[in-house]
Design a protein around this ligand. Structure first.
Ligand code: GCB
Length: 728
């Protein structure tokens, strides 16, 4: 029998980088905290990049009752990002990596009175990932800390935080049976292993055949088996597992248990407004309920190892998972070993979860690092490690848009993926379509997916002419409508993941009317509000019951004489009522658009079958200023939308590529850019040395490039006047 005691209460917290002895002496003066805990719950979410990054201490006395047991281990499930464990003045362990479990043996070191002092640091480091990324690096003991008391004869606890039991089910779909190999690690002579009612006594490893196997079949039927292992000492471990077959085809995309099963879903970060990353099981469950409501069948658990409870929820809910380590943005010469140890821990600790389909090697690693031999070697080493530890799963990477599709790094993982933000950070929406078409045509034998895409939206901001960069709920919805169509037309994409299901803390950000948040979520950071784009995906993915959603509920005050009413539904016919009278009926799929005259205040109701959704909107004479984020930019927007532009001549609405193709217009633009380049050397050189970026810029409208470069309205107008003087 093992005894697990969760140490939630009774901790003293010291926000001070002091020696261990001082921490213990000062402990009484510290703040009393309970775990899970992060010291950045407030300052990591308020913007300005000034959240506390340093070393802090957690000190606690262990009671006599807590330390009972032949062998005693401390289990730390999440200490971000490095951690040292001290017992009675002696340093017992150091762990580097903020997202995985590690254990330390305390037995042999125990005394009459036992003081545990744990230091945790989220300081900068030259070798522990992550160091550069778009999310807050919360510090703290933010997951459970447990004492595990086991008999002398027990299952292994130390090596890479192993659960001591590893289950590999191999399914024969034709014979409807599974061969299940169960391996265990322990210091006993033999072990009793039970699977599906059959018990075998073996030294370490046993094989079982399950006939008429009940498959783990995604969201529809995520059936789980349990494997249990027991030693003579009664120490026992168990794990659930699932029998399923994952496969990827470059032309047909993802397959689950032999049938086409396009992975369509979202990414998730592990934090929440007001709490940081110190989440409770209830928080995890609430997130999963939202994922099920959305109808997603896959999750990318970015950008690091998530809580075991969350992978458990994915197992139980049939969600196919992409799991990854925080090897992100920037390669560090000294960080090679850390990437390997974080991957070793991820695979050791998560191997048994049937939900996990792929191991992600890195994310946008070439964003701030060159593709050189050192980077390639690190990826090859990671890839080989994954295959050695787990021959049953595929490896992948999330690549940044500017990585050349010819890059040798793309040949390393089993399958590929790109993060693309055309239509948000740069370029036009359609460039996404072109990108995948080109990639797929050039590498028809490679499996390609869409690992990130999204647009920020603050649900306070609205527009009837939504456009890139305006942070409106309407632009986000339009952006995703395009992406949804793009994805539906490309069944070869093995997985697609919206970035992100939830707004999350990125303390370095201060934009879109909020501090410290990345607002690409379909749902707000506090989970209280689902943005319109959430319902677009719900309409496309959730087939469980008829559903209808009216967009623009928060966009109450509108200026125009005729307004667009947009409805999302998973049904094929929508009826629209204005002020109680049937206004129109429309057949279609997912998105339904109506033009409705605005006279005064109107009650709008959309109906499908028995379901309905309503809202109130009104006509106002002046634009409601509270809906506009960037007032300066929006005046430029309105101006360049104007129809006074002669389409027979060049204008800022043409792409850079089109303009360059004309000798006169091209020379003019090149001269202008050369001038800009001498003023902003770094950026210009980055563009010059990156043909992929050049190609992408070629496809961007000049106006987008100018706005992104921060050009003022007057210079944009002047340039447009010159271009309008050149005939096409
Ligand atoms: C990315 C990163 C992700 C960011 C996202 C963004 O490509 O992988 O961590 O949060 O872009 O919103 O910029």
């Amino acid at each position: 029998m093992r005894k697990i005691t969760t140490l939630s209460e009774g901790w003293k917290f010291l926000k001070a980088d002091v020696p261990a002895e001082t921490a213990v002496n000062w402990a009484e003066r510290g703040e009393t905290v309970s775990l899970p805990h992060t010291w950045n719950a407030v300052d990591g979410q308020d913007g300005g990049n000034d959240y506390h990054r340093g070393t802090c201490w957690y000190v606690r006395e262990l009671t006599a009752e807590e330390t009972v047991g032949e062998r005693l281990f401390l289990e730390v499930n999440g200490a971000a990002h490095t951690c040292e464990v001290w017992l009675n003045g002696e340093r017992l362990a150091r762990h580097e990596g903020g997202y995985s479990t590690f254990r330390v043996e305390l037995s042999g070191k125990l005394a009459e009175k036992n003081t545990l002092a744990v230091s945790v640091s989220n300081e900068d480091s030259d070798h522990v990932y992550p160091q550069k990324a778009d999310f807050t690096f919360y510090g703290g003991l933010y997951r459970a800390v447990n004492l595990i008391a086991v008999p002398e004869e027990h299952f292994e606890l130390l090596k890479d935080g192993t659960p001591g039991i590893k289950v590999t089910p191999v399914v024969d779909l034709e014979k409807k049976c599974a061969t299940v190999t169960v391996e265990t690690w322990h210091n006993g002579k033999s072990v009793e292993i039970t699977v599906n009612g059959e018990t075998r006594t073996v030294e370490r490893c046993a094989e079982f055949i399950i006939e008429n196997v009940h498959l783990w079949d995604g969201v529809d039927d995520p059936y789980l088996y349990t494997a249990t292992a027991k030693l003579a000492s009664e120490d026992e471990v168990s794990t659930r597992f699932g029998c399923r077959v994952f496969a990827c085809d470059p032309e047909k995309g993802f397959f689950l248990n032999g049938r086409s099963y396009p992975l369509r879903g979202v990414s998730r970060h592990q934090d929440r407004k007001g709490k940081g990353n110190a989440l409770s099981y209830e928080d995890h469950k609430a997130d999963m309920a939202i994922i099920r409501e959305l109808g997603a069948n896959t999750l990318r658990l970015a950008h690091y190892q998530h809580a075991q409870e969350f992978y458990d929820l994915c197992d139980e809910n049939g969600i196919v998972v992409w799991a990854e380590i925080p090897y992100i943005t920037m390669h560090m010469t000294n960080g090679r070993e850390n990437t390997l140890s974080q991957m070793r821990e991820l695979i050791t600790q998560c191997y048994n979860h049937p939900c996990i389909a792929v191991w992600g090697l890195s994310n946008e690693i070439t964003a701030a690092s060159a593709v050189n031999e050192e980077l390639l070697e690190n990826h090859r080493a990671l890839n080989a490690l994954c295959h050695r530890m787990d021959p049953t799963r595929l490896t992948t990477m999330a690549n940044v848009f500017m990585l050349e599709i010819e890059s040798p790094i793309l040949a390393i993982p089993d399958i590929n993926s790109y993060n693309l933000y055309f239509g948000w950070y740069l370029g036009e929406l359609e460039q996404t379509d072109e990108f995948f078409d080109e990639y797929h045509a050039k590498y028809p034998e490679r499996v390609i997916g869409f690992s990130e895409y999204g647009a920020d939206a603050n649900p306070a901001f609205h527009s009837s002419h939504p456009e890139k960069g305006d942070y409106t709920e309407e632009y986000q919805a339009l952006y995703h409508e395009h992406m949804l169509r793009m994805i539906e037309a490309r069944p070869y994409l093995w997985a697609t993941h919206v970035w992100n299901l939830f707004d999350f803390a990125a303390d370095g950000r201060d934009e879109g009317g909020k501090h410290g948040e990345n607002q690409k979520g379909l749902v707000t950071f506090d989970r209280s509000l689902r943005k319109d784009a959430f319902y677009l995906y719900k309409a496309a993915w959730n087939k469980t019951e008829p559903f209808v959603h009216l967009c623009g509920k928060r966009y109450e005050n509108r200026c125009e004489a005729e307004t667009e009413i947009k409805v999302y539904s998973n049904q094929n016919e929508v009826r629209l009522y204005v002020d109680g009278t049937l206004y129109g009926t429309q057949s279609g799929k997912t998105v339904f658009r109506f033009r409705v005259p605005l006279l005064g205040e109107h009650l709008i109701r959309a109906e499908v079958g028995e379901r309905s959704d309503s809202m109130c909107i009104r006509r106002v004479s002046e634009p409601d200023e509270s809906y506009i984020f960037n007032k300066a930019a929006s005046s430029v927007t309105n101006w360049f939308d104007a129809d006074e532009i002669d389409p027979n001549c060049f204008s800022i609405n043409d792409t850079l590529g089109e303009i360059r193709a004309n000798a006169q217009a091209g020379a003019m633009i090149d001269a202008m850019m050369a001038k800009g380049a001498s003023e902003r050397g770094d950026v210009a050189n980055a563009v010059k040395d990156n043909p992929a970026l050049q190609r992408m810029m070629g496809r961007m409208k000049l106006i987008s490039l100018l706005k992104q470069g921060g050009a003022d309205e007057e210079s944009i107008k002047q340039l447009n006047r010159i271009l309008q003087g050149i005939r096409k």
